[in-house]
Design a protein around this ligand. Structure first.
Ligand SMILES: Cc1cc2nc3c(=O)[nH]c(=O)nc-3n(C[C@H](O)[C@H](O)[C@H](O)COP(=O)(O)OP(=O)(O)OC[C@H]3O[C@@H](n4cnc5c(N)ncnc54)[C@H](O)[C@@H]3O)c2cc1C
Length: 288
């Protein structure tokens, strides 16, 4: 088997130089890459391309609040760190806290979860609902794009061979009601069968904002702005009358290839539950 190189840079600029010269694959927590390149139980994984270990780069770690109220999460910040940080939006904390088991959450990073671009990845789902952005950096500079645009399809992203994700920016939002569900085989250590985040801002009896995103229901996490528009601007008292139209429109989000009946019915029930909570005047906060 051909030998591959493993680079362990000490700084981000060193990492970006190596990435530019070699196109080596970034390895953060390794929890996806080690499995993807595994040769069987007890055998060291065999990588087919050079590897760039970015796990401990200080520039890629940590969570900070920006002056505009948005929150920046370093790409190598782990799920456990995200789950326990109050600066982070509760929907993202929920998703981070439900990933795998604690050992995995201490290893898995947000950059890796987005970089892996699995439709079952838990973080992109609330991030796409929140219109979060990824920052991509190369030796030439930075570019920013929505997570929704970065993830093109299953395992397909907009990253270039010379770039690294450096951070994720979550804009400030002011939802009055939020909802998150992960449906898995069991509560702990389960890959998602289906996930749903929903959020609304109710202002003076009007739906000022409404968003939802479905994970594990198609080739990537999906929102339907068209369906969301059916509810935005409506009076809360009008929601009951337009709920079915919204739920029917949401059906289009669920891929016909992914056990559509189960996923449509389950998603419909979850969305219906959230909308009913709004109709019944649920106090502001999390809808459980
Ligand atoms: C037992 C087990 C249970 C799991 N359970 C869950 C679960 O419940 N929910 C869930 O969502 N996932 C789960 N996963 C999948 C995995 O743990 C997550 O996707 C994790 O977030 C990946 O992060 P990582 O840092 O380990 O990524 P890595 O394996 O290091 O990398 C993953 C991909 O992202 C790329 N990448 C990483 N960092 C960067 C960067 N900064 N810039 C550019 N590209 C980058 C890599 O090149 C690679 O393509 C599970 C995995 C295992 C093994």
């Amino acid at each position: 088997m051909e030998k591959v190189k493993c680079y362990i840079p000490q700084t981000l600029s060193e990492a970006l130089e190596i990435r530019r010269k070699t196109g080596a694959i970034p390895l953060a927590g390794g929890s996806d890459l080690m499995v993807a390149n595994s040769m069987g139980t007890g055998i060291t994984p065999a990588f087919v391309k050079d590897v760039l270990v970015i796990t401990n780069l200080p520039e890629l770690k940590g969570i900070t609040e920006n002056s505009d109220g948005s929150v920046a999460i370093g790409a190598c910040t782990t799920s456990a760190e995200i789950a326990s940080c109050e600066l982070v939006h509760p929907l993202v904390r929920d998703a981070a806290s439900r990933m795998g088991a604690i050992a995995l959450r201490n290893t898995a990073t947000i950059g890796g979860n987005i970089g892996n671009a699995s439709p079952k990845g838990d973080m992109p789902q609330p991030l796409i609902l929140l219109d979060a952005e990824v920052v991509l950096q190369s030796v030439d500079g930075e570019r920013r794009m929505k997570v929704d645009d970065y993830i093109i399809a299953t395992k397909k992203t907009a990253i270039r061979d010379d770039e690294l994700i450096t951070r994720v920016i979550i804009p400030k939002t002011d939802f009055t009601h939020i909802f998150f569900r992960k449906v898995g085989m069991r509560r702990a250590n389960a890959i998602s069968k289906l996930t749903l985040s929903a959020a609304a801002r109710i202002e003076n009896g009007l739906v000022a904002d409404f968003r939802a995103s479905s994970g594990a229901a198609g080739p990537k996490v999906m929102r339907s702005r068209q369906a969301e528009e059916l509810l935005i601007g409506k009076k809360v008292s009008e929601l009951a009358a337009c709920k079915e139209e919204f739920l029917d429109a949401w059906n289009g989000v669920i891929s016909p290839h992914a056990m559509p009946e189960y996923r449509r019915n389950t998603t419909r029930r979850m969305l219906s539950y959230f909308i009913d909570a709004l109709i019944s005047g649920h106090p502001a906060g999390r809808v459980e």
